[in-house]
Design a protein around this ligand. Structure first.
Ligand code: 3EB
Length: 333
């Protein structure tokens, strides 16, 4: 049988800690990987699939387990520091690097992304589709440069080192958030065939941001269509390349929602057909926990009560941004 690598069967589930054990039973052998959002370090499962702790407080709960599942059997490849799994069409990976200080964040980002690209080439999943990036003190300066910008330099260099095209559909959907503590954590999805990169006509493509936002631009697209599912990158109150409404969370949320609508409408032009909010998963990153009540009532009104929404407290990658929202929207299966 010839496997059709363009056919994906990705599924996402969010569960609290107390439901994770039964989910492990229910989806035994089909879990690609897990991101555990929690202020406190959790016990990691022993099953061997990629699983990482993301040190962010979950607003209204102790932890949120973001579980990526396939409809097909999953093979666990293990590995350290890069842990891998696959269902034959998607490769899931996770890595956690302690920041030792040697070389700094720029060189860590460069070697982490270089290791990822080497693994994609070796395993035969050359298309990087989606990346999660988390590290501490994202808005602090190290050696005169904000750490987020330092990270962007290293990430950009790895794309160049490995001969990866920046632009023209070659960059993944992504998010980059600041944690309270701990390692540089990177998770990713890669495919045998490219996804369809989506950009936002109201925003400068991130890889074309002017130098005011750092010496090297961030290498991500606004979204990626993966089969019939849409992955939307971290989305914020940015128009063109500028932050709109610094320090006003209500207005930032309005602009963020408008940017989400625009990304979704671009995806619809490329064939994305899902409408049901019951299959929509959102991560809402708030700089200040105090903004939760007002943001939540607005998002409940926007998406109804069937959408799955995790509220996480995180530093957003520009110090004037108060909110960032990312999403995964899959068709009913
Ligand atoms: C922005 O639009 C907001 O550096 O990987 C969103 C998604 C943002 C991904 C990244 C950054 C990243 O520029 C920040």
């Amino acid at each position: 049988m010839i496997s059709d690598s363009s056919h994906y069967s990705l599924q996402l589930v969010y569960v609290p800690q107390e439901n994770f054990a039964s989910l492990l039973d229910e989806y035994k052998g089909r879990i690609l990987g897990v991101l555990i959002y929690s202020a406190l370090e959790p016990e990691l499962p022993q099953e061997g699939f990629p699983c990482t702790w993301v040190a962010l407080p979950v607003i209204g709960d102790d932890a949120c387990y973001e579980v990526w599942i396939s409809a097909r059997p999953v093979t666990i490849m293990g590995g350290a520091p890069l842990s891998l799994s696959t269902d034959g069409s998607i490769l899931f990976g996770s890595m956690a690097f302690p920041e030792t200080g040697a070389g700094g964040l720029e060189s860590m980002a460069r070697s982490a992304y270089s290791a990822i690209f080497d693994a994609l080439d070796k395993e035969g999943y050359p298309s990087l589709l989606r990346v999660w990036n988390y590290f501490s003190r994202i808005n602090d300066e190290d050696g005169g440069l904000e750490r987020y910008r330092e990270f962007n330099v290293g990430r950009h260099e790895a794309f160049c080192d490995k001969g990866r095209a920046i632009g023209g559909g070659g960059v993944p959907a992504a998010c980059a958030l600041g944690t309270r503590q701990g390692d540089l954590v990177i998770c990713f999805l890669a495919g045998k065939v490219p996804g369809i990169a989506i950009e936002n006509p109201r925003q400068t493509n991130a890889y074309h941001y002017p130098r005011d936002f750092g010496p090297k631009s961030p290498t991500f697209s606004r979204g990626v269509l993966v089969g019939d599912s849409l992955i939307i990158s971290g989305t914020a109150s940015i128009i063109g390349s500028e932050t709109a409404h610094p320090e006003n969370v209500t207005s930032q949320l309005d602009e963020t929602l408008e940017n989400l609508r625009l990304v979704i409408s671009q995806a619809r032009e490329r064939g994305f057909a899902t409408n049901d909010p019951a299959q929509l998963y959102l991560n809402v990153y708030l700089r200040y926990g105090e903004d939760y009540a007002s943001v939540r009532s607005r998002l409940d009104a926007e998406f109804g009560d069937t959408a799955h929404i995790a509220y996480l407290q995180a530093d957003v990658c520009r110090s004037d941004l108060l909110i960032e929202i990312e999403a995964f929207w899959m068709p009913c299966r």
